[in-house]
Design a protein. Structure first.
Length: 123
């Protein structure tokens, strides 16, 4: 079994540009109607045209990285803005980063279509 993410986009071309510029990803396949399959770390995800893009207010996909600080720094240098959350004692980011008591680190950003992505490093 393999899990794949499906990310809606109001403008697939704009989304393809964003994923290339921010994450250095290029579509591995494009459908007849212009949707784009990407692959990273052995996992595929589809960016597809939808009028419902950006409607989800929860994390749509997570990307695990080895060097969290370097990845965040690179993304910021490319123009990424990380979200700040304050859910009281349950979850509060500091400078866009949430660190669990166990040492997991997570930062959330939105793609060009409003999908919320998590950049994370497990402890």
């Amino acid at each position: 079994m393999q899990v794949m993410a499906m990310l809606p986009a109001a403008d697939v071309g704009r989304a393809k540009d964003w994923y290339h510029r921010m994450l250095d990803l290029t579509p591995v396949e494009e459908t007849e109607n212009g949707d784009a399959w990407f692959e990273t770390g052995g996992t595929k995800f589809l960016v597809y045209g939808s009028a419902f893009a950006g409607a989800n207010q929860a994390t749509a996909a997570s990307v695990a990285v080895d060097d969290f600080e370097a990845t965040i720094s690179v993304l910021k240098s490319r123009g990424a803005t990380f979200e700040d959350y304050d859910f009281g004692d349950e979850l509060r980011t500091v400078d866009g980063v949430f660190t669990t008591p166990e040492g997991d680190m997570v930062a959330w950003l939105k793609d060009s279509e409003g999908n919320i992505l998590a950049i994370m490093k497990p402890a």
